[in-house]
Design a binder for this molecule. Structure first.
Ligand code: ATP
Length: 240
């Protein structure tokens, strides 16, 4: 399988605090990869490093074989790497329609921005009735849908999702997971962080387990489900 994204021996520090040590991982084209691990394991830092928000002190990041570890965040997103951060990253004072239009500005090639917005709205029909509403007045679930719709409207090659279920009711979370399944089935590659380990194992083709900034387990969900690495990483964290 072709590697879409590759991290090779990536280390990151915040001042004297080492957040990632020698992290290597691959997102194959058309696959969903989950990052698992307890709070503070380095999952968010991994996504922020790929996005160009944090610079690796060591190692390489390649996208379609091209080195991206020195690119500014807007250059990374213009390659089609879309990051939906924890906290969602939407423009709260703009309307839903304006949020979606802005997301299409960096569209590559001849894509018609109206049609990609339409496609994104087809994935999240609840947003259609809210197009003229300020994003900040949406419910938490609708805000998360908007954040994801923005990523889909930007012509993604790879979508990175950080804890989309955070603070949402189980029913809404299940709807969002359904959308992820549909998008994955249509071939969009994803790298996701998810607090619900069972859901992540069910959604993913491959999983990486991080603990204290290191990869301590990797494999297909069925291999990891009952593994010592997964249990040990979460031991005491009360999540698994
Ligand atoms: P969580 O699920 O709690 O977000 P995580 O696995 O995503 O955890 P990170 O947020 O990547 O972990 O954090 C990794 C380590 O880096 C933690 O020890 C955290 O305290 C530290 N850290 C994260 N961001 C910063 C920052 N901006 N400055 C200093 N330390 C940070």
């Amino acid at each position: 399988m072709t590697a879409l994204l590759e991290l090779d021996g990536v280390s990151v520090s915040y001042g004297s605090m080492k957040a990632l040590s020698d992290v290597s991982l691959v997102v194959p084209e058309g696959c969903v990869v989950a990052l698992l691990g307890p709070n503070g394991a380095g999952k968010t830092t991994t996504l922020r490093t790929i996005s160009g928000l944090v610079r690796p002190e060591r190692g390489h990041i390649r996208f379609r074989g091209r080195s991206i570890d020195r690119l500014a965040p807007h250059r990374v997103s213009s390659l089609g790497i879309l990051h939906v951060p924890e906290g969602r990253g939407i423009f709260r004072s703009l309307t839903v329609a304006e949020n979606l239009e802005m997301a299409t500005y960096a569209l590559r090639g001849a894509a018609d921005s109206r049609s990609v917005v339409e496609q994104a709205l087809d994935m999240f029909p609840a947003l259609r009735d809210r197009l003229r509403q300020a994003a900040g007045t949406l419910s938490g679930g609708e805000q998360q849908m908007l954040a994801m719709a923005r990523a889909f409207a930007a012509g993604p090659e790879l979508i990175m999702l950080d804890e989309i279920s955070m603070g949402l009711a189980p029913k809404i979370t299940e709807q969002l997971f359904d959308t992820i399944r549909t998008a994955a089935a249509s071939g969009v590659s994803m790298l996701l962080i998810e607090q619900y380990v069972d859901a992540a194992l069910e959604l993913a083709d491959y999983c990486y387990v991080l603990e204290k900034g290191r990869v301590v387990g990797v494999g297909q969900p069925e291999d990891l489900r009952d593994s010592d690495a997964l249990a040990a990483a979460y031991l005491g964290a009360g999540v698994a």
